[in-house]
Design a protein. Sequence first.
Length: 342
Amino acid sequence: MNAVIEPRKETTGEPLVVAHDLARTFDVSPPWLNRVLERKPRVLLHAVDGVSFSIERGKTLALVGESGCGKSTVARLLVGLYAPTRGGLQFDGQDAHAAFKTPEGRKLRRRIQMIFQDPYASLNPRWIVEDIIGEPLREHGILSGKAELRERVGELLKSVGLSPLDMSKYPHQFSGGQRQRISIARALATQPEFLVCDEPTSALDVSVQAQVLNIMKDLQREQGLTYLFISHNLAVVRHVADQVGVMYLGRLVEVADKQKLFADPQHPYTRMLLDAIPQMKHTGRQRTPVQGEVPNPLNPPTGCAFHPRCPHANARCSAERPKLLGIQGVQVACHAVEEGRI
Ligand SMILES: Nc1ncnc2c1ncn2[C@@H]1O[C@H](COP(=O)(O)OP(=O)(O)OP(=O)(O)O)[C@@H](O)[C@H]1O
Ligand code: SF4
Ligand SMILES: [Mg+2]
């Protein structure tokens, strides 16, 4: 039976982040002249195609899914690096994309920060750490005096487990994990409420990953931070998430509390992802063998985009796109789940 999802019991107010039907299309057409001469049509790639979710203050929503499913595009939409082609984003009750375009947008940008996957590429190699972490403080006019700035940079370094003495060094003098800590310190400089973390530990060794993840969890607890956390690593997601959203070809196919998702995945794609991890415990249900590859996003399958890979697909699946519905306390987009076939 389908039902509207009940608000979570511990909800204390409005969610901090509400994405509604967010979509982003990229024009990947050949150059204009080739199109005219070779009579080629315009080509649009639907990187994100109608994604809705909300994140409560102080909580973490993790987004998972195979390469190219649109995770980074969602991240960039959330921080205003991309404007949506459709849909919108409410942040603390205000229309974020409308605000980003106004002078008020500066205030909003202070409240929403992003951490990228590659800490080396995102840190200017020619700047010392003091300037790297101090830049957002200066740019947003938060602090300008040299002494104040140094003091604050020192505090930020300590908050991520580094020493204030590190501020006179260059990025190349640090290990990968330390560099990612510097990125986190820089992101925290403006005292944001919402951090969008795009694969923040994927470039790190496993042992270092755990340290960085623990720092991020501690910071969340201490500062009440809200995270959108992107990872293709389900073990990492299991460690950090409160809720998990599973994406496939630009859409969310399942959104559930972490415990529920890992213990009782509903969507065949979620099952396939979980079954690909050998060490995951299973609840006795049959494994869904991993099969096929992600389709070309320029030519997505009809109906349910997962149908060419799905062991439960039938005629309805290839004809009709399933909607994300509230079913037994989780949101799932699957005809077979809706019909009670699986
Ligand atoms: N600026 C762009 N121009 C054209 N196509 C883009 C652009 N950015 C992303 N895409 C395409 O949009 C789709 C989604 O890309 P995105 O980077 O969001 O995926 P992802 O889930 O983050 O993948 P990964 O796990 O590899 O980081 C892909 O097909 C990608 O090729
Ligand atoms: S809608 Fe059909 S094809 Fe898609 S996941 Fe469900 S059963 Fe599989
Ligand atoms: Mg990405």
